[in-house]
Design a protein. Structure first.
Lengths: 265, 470
């Protein structure tokens, strides 16, 4: 397993070019091209802001203003996470031709799915930056240094889960459908459209704490939205440890099932 | 054994696949995770043995051909060597960089340009970016795609797609090239270019493993051949010897197949055989000539295989006899063939004509004759008898042929008419076209020089020295 993992480093150029290909191919033929990477999150933001400030006003406490910025802190990384999982779980089937006909390390496919969605996440960041400059000119530099750390942990977590899902979906196609519904549930069970401290009762608090993505969302919010120093790092450390274990488990599972892909895809 | 190092070493390779069934997915998954084997928890009837203890060695620099029928495990073997599939048991070692031409352009993305695809495909096959840049012009030129290289691959025709895939794959410059039946790419000119490329690989001392149905290719190109049959090695060694054994077995099984088909056809018609004559067939003299049913009216050509007639004279058995005196269904072009009719006449009959019609697989009449056309006058037949129609030189090209055999009155009234009930196959080492091969030879003036190619499937002209010196 570790041998294969080391092997993967040699395939860096391939991963690079596949991610580039993915990004190029996605907007090939559309009039706005790469701008969609900016427009998509912006439109999503407009929809959510409209719903929660105009259609359902008063559903969020007054202390989380500007609400749009708060939302953006959670939605942008969530979109990266959820579309990564959706694409990764289908990646082996979609790339079946490669697995069956070319000598090709299969884990590259889910990895490319996660990384290309990460690139989209990065493309959305300038808009977030514009929001920050507009709403929070007081943001401190040391706090922002935490941002790439959170991104790195989220990347590891997403990769681990993606490998598991990709490998299992080959054997159980049902996962694709279960996943899309599960992700909707997961979204609402994560403090993205509401703040963490608003959760009523101890049970829901425990649920939120047990949800790893809560800690990503809260971390982003603490860094970018709330004033004051980053205080969530203990939880982030715990999630980091969990992510390492998840990644190792995911890679082990993927490696064990590797030989079945060419036959079952 | 020679002192050459081995390029490929396969030892006792067995590959077991799961038969497709929804129910046992979990067993496969569980055993894969727990024991690393996909099929351990499956019962014997849930699995399929694609390869069964295959062992072979390929020395570096040799061209090695794998032949066998469909489903014999050739492609599985190649995939195992390529590392795409993993043998269930046994081991394979390959020395050097492999490039597998299994499916051309497998990694192409339709939305992006040919240029970008060349780069990605090249990287996938193990080249570095710099290496591809160096070879890029050569690849495009080889694929003959220079004007289209910046268009998205989805706009390519399938031929263009394949050519580009092939061009990239052969420019990987592997030490070991695995080829799975991909030479049917593009037009004649491109196919030649591919063959030239293979020849170049050979000259440069690269190892080639070739899986193909084209026996001619194996015979011309390969240093050694392996015959796989139902996942097992049936023969290995000199290509000519292996191919001969393979072809012989193919003929035997074709023979069995044709014999079974003939038997079925006869069982079908025997149900109504010997009964009354179908109305529309009954005696219709045609211009006073009883050319028999071979030159029958138009509806005769539409008639299906069958048997009809009054049964006064009956064809009880038909044998097709080869030059060695054995009956069979597979014959060789240029050899002799005898059609032997066994007859029984219930009572003495003095008005009869024997006719024969030869048809190709599409039901087109190639030749027809009868004893009346050839100016033989019937005297008498009584009891049992045998009629031999001897073809000294089967001047037919390779293909499947059917026979009409009949005995009828001079006016066409049928005693026993067998319509296309007998099938035989003609085999030929020369792949000429059409169905009739006139006995021929080529002569050239001294200024015209040709070289004879040897090998059963190469283009072999009949030259003067082909003819037996009489």
């Amino acid at each position: 397993m570790f041998h294969n993992l080391r092997h993967l480093v040699r395939y860096r150029p391939l991963i690079q070019s596949l991610v580039t290909r993915e990004l190029k191919a996605r907007y090939r033929g559309s009039a706005l091209g790469f701008f969609w990477s900016f427009i998509n999150p912006l439109l999503l933001l407009v929809v959510y802001s409209f719903v929660f400030t105009v259609v359902l006003p008063g559903t969020h406490p007054p202390e989380i203003e500007p609400y749009a910025l708060f939302l953006f802190c959670g939605i942008l990384p969530w979109t990266w996470f959820s579309s990564s999982l959706t694409e990764a779980s289908n990646s082996l089937m979609a790339g079946g031709n490669l697995i069956k006909k070319v000598l090709f390390p299969a884990e590259i496919l889910p990895i490319v799915a996660v990384l290309s969605n990460m690139m989209h996440f990065f493309f959305g960041l300038p808009i977030l930056l514009a929001f920050l400059v507009w709403f929070r000119p007081t943001i401190t530099f040391t706090e922002v240094l935490w941002f790439p750390v959170v991104v790195a942990v989220q990347l590891l977590f997403t990769l681990g889960l993606s490998l598991i899902l990709a490998a299992l979906t080959v054997h159980f196609r049902d996962i694709k459908d279960i996943l899309s519904n599960l992700l909707t549930l997961w979204f609402f069970a994560t403090p993205i459209i509401y703040p963490m401290h608003l959760a009523p009762g101890t049970i829901s608090k425990a649920v939120l704490n047990a949800n790893p993505f809560s800690h990503f969302a809260v971390s982003y919010q603490e860094i970018l939205f709330y004033e004051g120093p980053f205080g969530h790092w203990k939880w982030l450390l715990a999630v980091f440890v969990a992510s390492v274990l998840l990644f190792l488990l995911g890679y082990f599972l993927f490696d064990r099932l590797r030989d079945s892909f060419a036959e079952e895809v | 054994m020679s002192s050459h190092p081995l390029a490929i070493h396969a030892e006792n390779v067995t590959k077991i696949y799961r038969r497709f069934a929804h129910k046992r997915q979990f067993a496969t998954l569980k055993s894969a995770i727990l024991s690393g084997s996909l099929v351990r928890d499956l019962k014997a009837d849930e699995t399929f043995r694609a390869l069964d203890g295959v062992t072979f060695d390929v020395q570096a620099g040799r061209t090695y051909g794998i032949i066998g029928r469909n489903g014999s495990g050739k492609s599985t073997m190649l995939k195992c060597v390529a590392g795409i599939a993993k043998p269930t048991t046994g081991k394979i070692t390959v020395n050097g960089r492999i490039s597998a031409l299994i499916e051309l352009g497998a990694g192409f993305h339709p939305e992006i340009s040919g240029r970008e695809n060349v780069f990605i495909n090249g990287i996938m096959l193990g080249l570095s970016k710099a290496e591809i840049e160096r070879r890029f012009d050569e690849i495009v030129e080889f694929a003959e795609l220079a004007p289209f290289i910046d268009a998205p691959v989805k706009t390519y025709s399938s031929g263009m797609y394949m050519r580009l895939g092939f061009a990239v794959a052969v420019h990987v410059d592997p030490d070991v090239l695995l080829v799975d039946e991909v030479l049917a790419v593009g037009d004649e000119g491109f196919a030649h270019k591919c063959l030239d490329k293979f020849a170049e690989f050979r000259r440069r001392g690269k190892t080639i493993l070739l899986v193909t149905h084209s026996l001619g290719l194996v015979e011309r190109f390969c240093d050694e051949a392996l015959w796989l049959d139902k996942g097992k090695v049936k023969a290995v060694g000199d290509p000519k010897r292996v191919i001969d054994a393979y072809v012989t077995e193919i003929e035997e099984s074709e023979e069995a197949f044709l014999a079974a088909e003939d038997a079925r056809a006869r069982v079908r018609v025997d149900l109504g055989a010997g009964s009354s004559v179908p109305a529309h067939q009954a005696g219709e003299p045609e211009d006073g000539v009883t050319a028999g049913k071979v030159e029958a009216p138009a509806d005769m050509f539409k008639a299906e295989a069958g048997r009809w007639g009054s049964g006064d004279i009956e064809i009880t058995r038909v044998d097709l006899v080869g030059p060695d005196g054995a009956t069979g269904h597979v014959f060789h072009s240029g050899e002799s063939m005898t059609i032997r009719l066994h007859l029984t006449a219930k009572a003495a009959v003095n008005d009869f004509v024997f006719g024969i019609g030869l048809f190709n697989a599409d039901g087109v009449c190639i030749y027809g004759t009868n004893t009346n056309i050839e100016e033989m006058s019937a005297q008498e037949i009584a009891g049992d008898g045998v009629v031999d129609f001897v073809i000294e030189d089967l001047a037919l090209t390779e293909g499947t042929y059917k026979l009409d055999l009949a005995v009828h009155k001079l006016d066409g009234f049928p005693y026993d008419y067998h319509r296309q009930l007998y099938t035989f196959r003609v085999k030929s080492p020369v792949k000429d076209v059409g169905f009739f091969r006139p006995r021929h030879s080529w002569t050239f003036s001294p200024s015209v020089r040709l070289q004879r190619l040897h090998g059963p499937e190469g283009w072999r002209p009949h030259m003067k020295d082909d003819e037996p010196t009489a």
